[in-house]
Write a protein that binds this ligand. Structure first.
Ligand SMILES: Nc1ncnc2c1ncn2[C@@H]1O[C@H](COP(=O)(O)OP(=O)(O)OP(=O)(O)O)[C@@H](O)[C@H]1O
Length: 266
């Protein structure tokens, strides 16, 4: 039984992969960073990417919304489909794609704007609000989803950069969800946070999967075990093992996975 069936009350489709990646290879100039990776990202699921430093987790994550397009030396081959549509099709506008496949980075990076404007920015450029009150509703909903509303509702016009690190990261999550993405990519979203802020963001990730597919890169195996349902273990650019998180951590099939989770490599 898939773990997703535990989520009561929401329309959940775990059968059809949200993203399907096949034979993906990534090169930075002559460096072959990702080798023949096949992976399915399920709907309404948190998928964790784990593995030693330099194994390609972030590179692969950034392929999922074409963030690697911004790196001149980077070349991606193979097939990546979002709801069956080729992410790398020439007709796909990467800006539109990134509204559907949002991203939260390691270091909180609010814009030098107010809390309100940080969240309103995406909906404005994508024309999601018909009126001022519409925009206000969108911002409130996103801040609630980012578990930040109660802390900032009385100072929406204060600068986002004036918030604590943990609040800034939740603001960035609110900013990412404001455009109603379908997938949320998170690249070590808690690495700059203290344990309390980390726990808040982890709780939020669990909430978010009711509406989105979440893919998280993490160096913390405890975090992967706590927040994810599926785990992908990368090593030297290869996807060594992919499966249910419980199985990967208790009964890995590949000796390299076992070495990593028991602390012998990485
Ligand atoms: N912009 C870049 N230009 C050239 N090579 C790069 C670039 N980004 C990453 N690489 C190389 O690609 C490989 C994979 O790096 P990547 O950052 O994806 O690994 P990672 O598993 O996310 O590492 P970490 O856990 O340390 O963040 C490494 O060999 C790295 O040096």
């Amino acid at each position: 039984m898939n773990d997703m069936s535990r989520l009561a009350g929401s329309a959940i489709d775990v059968e059809t992969p949200k993203i399907l990646a096949r034979n993906v290879n990534v090169f930075y100039g002559d460096t072959h960073a990702i080798r023949d990776v096949n992976v399915d990202i399920a709907n309404n699921t948190v998928t964790a990417f784990i593995g030693p430093s330099g194994c390609g987790k972030s590179t692969f994550l950034r392929c999922l919304n074409r963030m690697n397009d911004t790196i001149d030396s980077c070349r991606v081959t193979g097939s990546m489909r979002l709801d069956g549509e080729d992410i790398y099709d020439k007709r796909v506008d990467p800006v539109q794609l990134r509204a559907k496949v949002g991203m939260v980075f390691q270091k909180p990076n609010p814009f030098p704007k107010s809390i309100f404007d940080n969240v309103a920015y995406g909906p404005k450029i994508h024309g999601l609000a018909r009126s001022k009150s519409d925009l206000e509703e969108i911002v409130e909903r996103a801040l609630r989803r980012g578990a930040l509303w109660d802390e900032v509702k009385d100072r929406l016009h204060a600068p986002g950069t004036g918030l604590s690190g943990g609040q800034q990261q939740r603001l960035c999550i609110a900013r990412a969800v404001a455009t109603e993405p379908e997938v949320l990519l998170m690249d070590e979203p808690c690495s700059a946070l203290d344990p309390i802020a980390t726990a808040q963001v982890e709780e939020l990730i669990d909430e978010l999967r009711r509406n989105f597919s979440v893919v998280i890169v993490t160096h913390s195996m405890q975090q992967a075990a706590r927040v994810s349902q599926n785990t992908a273990f990368f090593h030297l650019g290869q996807l060594v093992e992919f499966g249910e998180t419980g199985q990967i951590f208790t009964n890995p099939e590949d000796p390299r996975t076992e070495s990593y989770i028991t602390g012998r490599i990485g």
